[in-house]
Design a protein around this ligand. Structure first.
Ligand code: CA
Ligand code: CA
Length: 91
């Protein structure tokens, strides 16, 4: 089990393991809940069994709650892309 560094995040809704850097080592992406703060996802790069500090990326969403994140090559350029979503306040 790997303990993830915590930096200004209340809790994590989703953890995704995906190789963002193309080095064959799975990195970690988290969907963050910030309790009134800016919604975000965080990235922890795999350093060969340990992870670097958390890098947090703010999202332009009307919510403090990033519900989930997924990965894929959505624009077909060969690089991994991320897509995040939030909880809807109404349907
Ligand atoms: Ca990697
Ligand atoms: Ca891409």
């Amino acid at each position: 089990m790997v303990a993830l560094p915590r930096v200004g995040i209340c809790w994590t809704h989703t953890i995704l393991a995906v190789d963002l850097t193309g080095d064959g080592r799975p990195d970690i992406v988290t969907a963050d809940y910030t309790d009134g703060g800016t919604p975000s996802v965080s990235v922890l790069l795999n350093q060969g069994g340990s992870f670097n500090g958390r890098t947090t990326y703010a999202l332009a969403m009307a919510s403090d709650e990033t519900e989930g994140v997924t990965a894929g090559d959505f624009d077909l350029d060969g690089d991994v892309d991320l897509a995040a979503w939030r909880e809807a306040s109404s349907c």
